[in-house]
Each structure stands twice: as structure tokens, then as C-alpha cells.
Design a protein around this ligand. Structure first.
Ligand SMILES: Nc1ncnc2c1ncn2[C@@H]1O[C@H](COP(=O)(O)OP(=O)(O)OP(=O)(O)O)[C@@H](O)[C@H]1O
Ligand SMILES: [Mg+2]
Length: 299
């Protein structure tokens, strides 16, 4: 969340980021002399979620945990272990795009099957904070399965922040001959401004953003078109992965019945515009970008 983003800059040695990407790997974090495995980090996150949920609904012994479709058996096992370490007695794993598709076919209340044809192919485009996940999902007679998956483990909303931040630093350095990236405090302040400006630009055509460093302070206006130009290459990368997934599976857009967009970063209008242009279809944006996967998993 935004609070964590702030901490990550203020206190970088005490913040773990993107831990999901390391599940099942030998990666370790060392914090105050103690070493943590990805499973231990995941267990801490799950424990925190369980505490919050248990406060509302009482003891919880079982859970469904979602994972990216390309997760290997080793990564899935690690996820189950994290659940058990967090105190769960039984863990079921399902694929995130399947959960998103379930949310779509069951409707947001999970009560009704939408009036869909018997057999549908659903392309799930999920752009999160740090990763891009793309899956082609088949819905056939009340069953949902993954036909193919792709994506980029190192592409997500954070890259849009970085592009905007670098641009502002460049402008500031041109104005004051000092680069805000020299000082973690200036950068922390700027990162916060950048995140807010980015979110604002999802609903407005212009946003203001203040940069302060080395005793100087300036507010910059960013236009939607400006932001799109800065990040065009990032959008294009997701579109290229999308084209390739279809091509590698010998399919065209005619084989796709619906395009579902989810993930927080899919709120950016440039994403919807690009996907609409390449697919030639109307996108289904009815799912909550933050909750569709959790809703689907719950159903
Ligand atoms: N209104 C918005 N406009 C643009 N981006 C947004 C908006 N709201 C959230 N985001 C971005 O969405 C991202 C988080 O998305 P999401 O919650 O789907 O990620 P996640 O599932 O935690 O991460 P990942 O899928 O990479 O593991 C962040 O980069 C955040 O800045
Ligand atoms: Mg996600």
C-alpha cells in the first residue's frame, strides 16, 4: 500500500518488496541480523491478514490462496507451506486468472452465472504493482481452466512511477543543477508525489506534483499525454506479450470472446486504450481491479 511505499524509501533496509516473485527460490532477506526466507515472509503477511479476518468472523482454519498461473509446483508447495506456517490447517491453491474469470462468470455477488455462451475464451490481463500476468482462460460448462499463460515478472505499476520520477528529476536538475535522487529524503517526498500524480492521471487529464531538494522547491504540471509519452514503451511491452501469447497458441482476436482487465495499474486509461486498439473489442472493466481475484477465489 501507499504507507509501505513511504516506508520503503524512508527505511529501505526494513522493508521487503515483491516477495511473491521469490517464492520457492533460495532468495533471503536479512533484517537486523535475522535472515528471512520467502516462505517466512509470506507466512507473516498471511498471519496479518488472518488476524484481521479473524477479528471479524472468528477462527479460520482453511483458506484458498491464489498464485500466478505460471507458478511451478515448487512455488505452489512453498505457498502452501506459508499458509500452514501462518496457522492454517488446510490450504487450497488456485490460479489468479481462474479466480478473475470466476468473478466474471459468477458476477460480482457470486450469485448468478452471467448469460454466457456455453463455451468462452477469456483473456485475463492483470497489471499489478510489480508484475504483469496474462492468461487465456477457457470457460466451458461451468468449468474454468487455463489454456495458456505469459507475462513479465519485472513489469508493473512501479515502472510507471519510475518513469515519471526520472522525468521530474531531470526537469528539476535542469532548473536547479541538483538531482533529487542524491538524497533519500527528497526522493521519499517525490515518490509520494509521483504515486499521487499517477493515480490522479487515471481520472483527470492533468496533475500537479511538487519536488523539493537542496533547499529548492518547484511544482510541475503533468499532462496525461505527457505521461503517456513517457511510458509508451511500457504499455507496448504488455501489448507485445499479449500478441505473442495469441500467436504462439495459433489464435487471433476472433478466438477471444472477452478481454478482462484487472490489477491496480490497469486503471490507467492508456492501458485500456492500447488494449482496445489492439483487440478491436470492447473490454470488460466491470471487475474491481483490486478485489476481483479475491472475490473469485472466495466463490
Ligand atoms: N488509480 C490508480 N491509477 C493508476 N495506478 C494505480 C491506481 N491505483 C492503484 N494503482 C497501482 O496499482 C498497483 C498495485 O496493483 P495491485 O494491487 O493489483 O498489485 P498486486 O497484486 O499487489 O501486485 P502484483 O500483482 O504485482 O504482485 C500499484 O503500482 C499502484 O500504484
Ligand atoms: Mg496481483
Amino acid at each position: 500500500g501507499t504507507e509501505d511505499l513511504r516506508n520503503a524509501i524512508a527505511n529501505p533496509t526494513h522493508v521487503v518488496q515483491n516477495s511473491k516473485r521469490y517464492m520457492g527460490s533460495p532468495h533471503r532477506w536479512t533484517i537486523d541480523g535475522r535472515t528471512y526466507t520467502p516462505v517466512e515472509i509470506a507466512a507473516l503477511i498471511l498471519r496479518k491478514l488472518l488476524d484481521a479476518a479473524e477479528e471479524r468472523i472468528g477462527p479460520i482454519e482453511q483458506a484458498v490462496i491464489t498464485v500466478p498461473a505460471p507458478f511451478s509446483d515448487v512455488q505452489r508447495d512453498a505457498t502452501i507451506r506459508a499458509g500452514l506456517e501462518a496457522g492454517l490447517k488446510h490450504v487450497t491453491i488456485i490460479n489468479e486468472p481462474v479466480a478473475a474469470a470466476l468473478c466474471y462468470v459468477l458476477g460480482s455477488e457470486g450469485l448468478w452465472f452471467t448469460e454466457l455462451a456455453e463455451d468462452q475464451r477469456i483473456l485475463v490481463y492483470d497489471l499489478g504493482g510489480g508484475t504483469f500476468d496474462l492468461s487465456l482462460v477457457q470457460y466451458k460448462r461451468d468449468e474454468v481452466s487455463v489454456l495458456a499463460s505469459s507475462g513479465d515478472l519485472h513489469l508493473g505499476g512501479i515502472d510507471w512511477n519510475r518513469a515519471l520520477q526520472d522525468y521530474i528529476c531531470m526537469l528539476f536538475a535542469r532548473d536547479f543543477k541538483r538531482d533529487p535522487r542524491e538524497d533519500p529524503k527528497s526522493l521519499q517526498f517525490l515518490a509520494w508525489e509521483v504515486e499521487n500524480a499517477k493515480r490522479s492521471l487515471s481520472v483527470r487529464s492533468r496533475a500537479a506534483l511538487t519536488c523539493q531538494h537542496a533547499g529548492q522547491r518547484k511544482t510541475y504540471q503533468i499532462e496525461q499525454a505527457n505521461f503517456e509519452e513517457l511510458t509508451h514503451e511500457l504499455v507496448e511491452r504488455t501489448i507485445e506479450i499479449t500478441r505473442r501469447l495469441l500467436k504462439d497458441n495459433k489464435m487471433g482476436w476472433a478466438h477471444v470472446d472477452v478481454v478482462l482487465v484487472t490489477g491496480g495499474a490497469s486503471r490507467m486509461p492508456m492501458i485500456r486504450k492500447a488494449l482496445k486498439a489492439v483487440s478491436g473489442t470492447t473490454l470488460n472493466t466491470s471487475l474491481s481491479p483490486d478485489q476481483s481475484i479475491a472475490h473469485g477465489a472466495a466463490f
